[in-house]
Design a protein. Structure first.
Length: 233
């Protein structure tokens, strides 16, 4: 599976929607132009964060007008997500207290460019799975909406393996503990937090609590979370 292409498509699509605003989200999701019950129902769903969309409309789609703000525009690529997490992690490390002998504890993050192909694949898959779960954190996705998402996935220009992977993520609910288990390093955990922060509506108590629970399961310190959020602002 080409996880890089999948994740890049998701992030680029999210950036495009965020830049163009709600009108682009409506167009992406095929909201009827004509006034009527169908249009009203879809727009109502968009305000609730219901998911019914395409490559990333699949993940961020209906919430695009509400959820995708400055961070989505800033983080429109894997490199941007990785770079933000990398810089925030290193900043946090640089501020840790000095250990015995006056030597500062330094554990620099590993940049994505130095990861093996297998490690990169694992991290990309972890990010996609985390973003799908975050997009469903408000609990508004019912069976009809899941079916609509599956139909949209079938229209995407991905290989069969990638399509099957996406369908599985849509139809499978995972706990934050299961997501955290996908993290193999502090860098991965930081990137997962960043990616999910792009999707979560922090004004929604349920979604905010979900993100806080994830950061706890990922064992991110409060100071590191603050560093990440500072970079996201």
């Amino acid at each position: 599976m080409d996880s890089k292409n999948l994740l890049e498509s998701i992030l680029a699509d999210g950036k495009s929607i965020a830049e163009k605003g709600l009108d682009a989200a409506q167009d992406k999701l095929g909201v009827p132009e004509k006034e009527g019950a169908e249009r009203d129902a879809m727009l109502d769903g968009m305000q609730k964060g219901v998911l019914t969309a395409g490559a990333l409309a699949l993940l961020l789609g209906t919430g695009a007008g509400r959820r995708l703000t400055g961070s989505a525009i800033k983080l429109g690529s894997i490199a941007a997500v990785g770079g933000l997490a990398y810089n925030a992690y290193n900043k946090w490390q640089s501020q840790l207290p000095q250990s015995g002998g006056g030597v500062k504890r330094v554990e620099p993050a590993t940049p994505r460019s130095e990861l093996t192909d297998d490690k990169t694949q694992q991290r990309n898959i972890a990010l996609v799975r985390a973003m799908v779960a975050a997009a469903k954190a408000d609990g508004h996705v019912d069976e009809a909406e899941r079916q609509a998402m599956l139909e949209q996935v079938d229209q995407q220009q991905f290989d069969a393996e990638t399509l099957d992977f996406l369908k599985k993520q849509i139809t499978t609910d995972v706990t934050v503990a299961e997501l955290a288990a996908l993290s193999d390093s502090p860098e991965t955990a930081s990137e997962m937090f960043v990616a999910c922060s792009m999707v979560i509506d922090k004004q929604n108590p349920q979604e905010k609590a979900w993100l806080e629970s994830l950061s706890s399961e990922l064992k991110l310190s409060e100071e590191l979370v603050e560093s990440l959020q500072e970079k996201l602002a």
